[in-house]
Ligand binder design. Sequence first.
Ligand code: ARG
Length: 390
Amino acid sequence: MSKKIVLAYSGGLDTSVAIRWLMDRGYDVVCYMGDVGQGQDTENSRKRALDIGASKCEVGDLREKFIKDYAFQTLKTGALYQNKYNLATALSRPIIASAMIAFAKQEKAVAVAHGCTGKGNDQVRFEVTFALMAPELKIIAPVREWELKTRSAEVDYAKKHKIPIEQTKKKLYSIDRNLWGISVEGGSLEDPWCEPAVDTYVSINTPEKAPEKPEYVKITFDKGIPKALNGKEYGAVELVEKLNKIGLKHGVGRVDMVEDRLVGIKSREIYEAPASEILYASHFALEELVLDRDVRGFKQFIAVRYSELIYNGLWFTPLRQALDTFVDKTQENVNGEVKVKLYKGKAMVCGRRSPNSRYKMQLATYGEGDVFDQSLAKGFIDLWALPFKK
Ligand code: ARG
């Protein structure tokens, strides 16, 4: 009996070729597809894997867990890598990798494989998770190891081995997609000066095509978790789907950035994440209202560190878990509603309210009913400056 390997299968060219390549190296290949909302025809891809020669192809619906335990947890933290990227791709790797490990144990596999190249972050995220959860499994990264250095070499290999692949119109960009966001890289985007062409808009409208009329959405949070849209409660996946749809119409959630990869390369990336953009803006706005100054300030440091942990593949580590405990404590009062205006590529917060608000009108007002004792200010400032006086 040949030894079993679990391959993270996407349905694309790389991992389709990888099935055959691993079979040629004596493996019984079983595929695993983790559905995090790629929006693809998984049944079609599953059939293709079996046609190529995989002995099994398991599809796992990870969407609910992905949004609840990964995306919303990160939202509560406020983490954005290098202040911009919501980590959609980065968050999907540890959840897929951990589901693969569970499947590998069930299948009594001796190895796991993924289709990442040797230049990116994703290989790190997969392999760190494998190593932490199942150090006994051998890890193979075909795309990093094989001799097929170009796309056309891969297409030739596929033809030679009669591997059914999708119509190989030359792919202009490398796209990774899930419910929480879409990452686009490569092609003309590799020149950081080059304005992203219209064809880099994968899901959302360009601002030019967005409606001339603004649209308002109202988000309700319970302990920092988005629970309702326009007053109606939804499950996590449905809420994100609905908000993506509204946001993309208005061209909201595009990010154009140059980021620093863990492997030391700078790369130019485009992200599309309409729901996430609206939720981050509203969550920040609610925290402004309910958190005290110290917690707010300290939490910002946590967010930076947390984003680096996720980006660098360290989701399943003690520091991330400890930070979650801190962040969850800070979210106890993050309850309330935020109004957001969507217009021509922007999500603008225009109102917030909370039963736990720390905003005191009697203290803030310059009008009638002011209770702030201005006579205290002089003494306060004297003492405040005291330690620094010569
Ligand atoms: N640079 C992003 C990250 O490391 C996205 C990578 C997306 N991958 C892709 N095949 N387009 O998280």
